[in-house]
Write a protein that binds this ligand. Sequence first.
Ligand code: S5P
Length: 276
Amino acid sequence: MSSSQTQTYAQRAAKHPNPSAKALLDTIERKKSNLCVSVDVTKGDEFLNVIDVVGPYVCLIKTHVDIIEDFETSLIEKLQALSAKHDFLIFEDRKFADIGNTVALQYSSGVHKIATWSHITNAHPVPGPSIVTGLASVGKPLGRGLLLLAEMSTKGSLATGTYTEEAVRMARAHSDFVIGFIAQRRMDGVGASAAQSVVDEDFLILTPGVGLDSRGDSMGQQYRTPKEVVTESGCDVIIVGRGIYGTGNGIDIQAVQTQAERYRAAGWAAYLDRIG
Ligand code: S5P
């Protein structure tokens, strides 16, 4: 087993050079939570209500800010206030995928100004290393961190094999800003040549496609349990959306709280099993 897989979050936080990765690892340890809730709702009020309820149980809140119909700048201020109140980091799941110059503008500017408030964001490696340098020109001076999508949770994903290996190589070449991957398993040593020493690398693995009660949806999503993801595949953070806030119309806030605590406990137990 590789070293980062068997080390505690606290041990990894103590020596991580990236401020966002370090803050995330510290938060995970402090709150005993490797749960990230993905709040994919379209109304600002509902978005804030869900976050206020799940806040105590999470290390990270994942947003898709572009799906919010009544977005205004004050929503970000309220999100930041909740981040301070409940002690979690923010991850805008923007999945950048364009040339360096364009992603730098999308990250810094427009209506959402993502870089000003999101500690972590992500990008598809498909354009090549220039996407990382473009995003780093904005995010690195702010102490932000980037995740590359090395794999996806969906049926028939093309992010496999050599593509995944190239994503890891790209991260290794820019490890001052790339803090890890959206992936389904640990990436330690993937794509490394025999001569390369990768013993000291510590990429965080954040994993969506997590559910305790369902194995998928009707649109290609596939779910695995926290035990499969964290204990068996060595991932660091479970990302859960509909497993927590449900799939029906309207949100039952009491049920959201119950599910958030349930997933937090399952994710943490799976981690304790992994580190022994
Ligand atoms: O491979 C992926 C990558 C991501 S970031 N599969 C995913 O599902 N996601 C995101 O995770 C997706 O955009 C959504 O916001 C969340 C999963 O939501 P759930 O409701 O299926 O848990």
